[in-house]
Design a binder for this molecule. Structure first.
Ligand SMILES: Nc1nc2c(ncn2[C@@H]2O[C@H](COP(=O)(O)OP(=O)(O)OP(=O)(O)O)[C@@H](O)[C@H]2O)c(=O)[nH]1
Length: 199
C-alpha cells in the first residue's frame, strides 16, 4: 500500500458503527428517526474531507508546459481557499494558502498548485506540517529556484471549544531556495500576496 492509499482495513459498516458509538456517548439514541441516516452521511462526508489520503499531490505537477520555457520570473497563486481538519481535535481548519515559485525551465498549469494544496489539506493536519508539505512537494517535483508558501487559517478547535477565541488566525510560512536566501525575492512575494515586509 502506498503512503497515499486510503486505509481500507476499516469497513464502511465499522465506520458507521463508530459514529453510532459517538452519538450514544454524546447522550443520543442513534435509533431515533432523525439520526438513522446520520452514520451513513458522516462516513460519506469523511470520504470527501479526507480524500487527500488517496491523492499523490506530486502527480499533479508532472505535466509541465514547454511553450513557456524561458519564463523565469516569479509565479504566484494567492488566496487559495481550503478546508482541512486538525489532527488534535478533528475540528475544521478554514484558511487560505498563497503559493509562489521561481521556475527554472518547468512551468505547471496554475490550477495544479491549488490541487497540491487540496491534496494535503484533505487530511488530518497541523498547519505547520501542511505548509511544509506543500512547499516540499513543489520543490522536489518541479526543482524550481525557490518556493514560498504562506498559510493563514482559523482553527475551530480554538473558536468553538477550548479557549473560545474568535477572529484569531494562525499564519505560517515556508520559504525555500531563493525565497529563503534573497530578501528582495521574499519581499516581492509578500508584496504580491498583500503581506507587508516587517524585517
Ligand atoms: N501549532 C499548532 N497547534 C495546533 C494546531 N491545531 C491545533 N493546535 C493546538 O494543539 C494544542 C493541543 O493541546 P492539548 O493541550 O494537547 O489539547 P487541549 O487540552 O484540547 O488544548 P486546548 O485547545 O487548549 O483546550 C492546542 O493548543 C491547539 O490549539 C496546528 O495546526 N498547529
Amino acid at each position: 500500500m502506498s503512503d497515499h492509499a486510503p486505509r481500507h482495513d476499516v469497513t464502511r459498516e465499522q465506520a458507521e458503527e463508530a459514529v453510532r458509538t459517538l452519538l450514544r456517548w454524546a447522550g443520543e439514541d442513534p435509533a431515533r428517526e432523525g439520526l438513522l441516516d446520520t452514520p451513513k452521511r458522516v462516513v460519506k462526508a469523511y470520504g470527501d474531507w479526507f480524500s487527500g489520503y488517496a491523492d499523490d499531490p506530486a502527480e499533479y505537477l508532472k505535466r509541465t508546459f514547454k511553450e513557456v520555457e524561458g519564463y523565469d520570473e516569479m509565479v504566484v497563486l494567492r488566496d487559495i481557499e481550503f478546508e482541512s481538519h486538525c489532527e488534535h481535535h478533528m475540528a475544521p481548519i478554514i484558511g487560505r494558502a498563497h503559493v509562489g515559485y521561481m521556475p527554472t525551465n518547468r512551468v505547471v498549469g496554475i490550477s495544479k498548485l491549488a490541487r497540491v494544496v487540496e491534496g494535503y489539506a484533505r487530511r488530518f493536519q497541523v498547519q505547520e506540517k501542511l505548509t511544509a508539505q506543500i512547499a516540499q512537494c513543489i520543490n522536489e517535483t518541479l526543482k524550481p529556484r525557490g518556493v514560498a508558501v504562506v498559510i493563514e487559517a482559523s482553527h475551530e478547535c480554538m473558536t468553538t471549544r477550548g479557549v473560545h477565541k474568535r477572529g484569531v488566525s494562525m499564519v505560517t510560512s515556508q520559504m525555500l531556495g531563493s525565497f529563503r536566501e534573497d530578501p528582495r525575492t521574499r519581499a516581492e512575494f509578500l508584496q504580491f500576496i498583500g503581506i507587508q515586509r516587517t524585517c
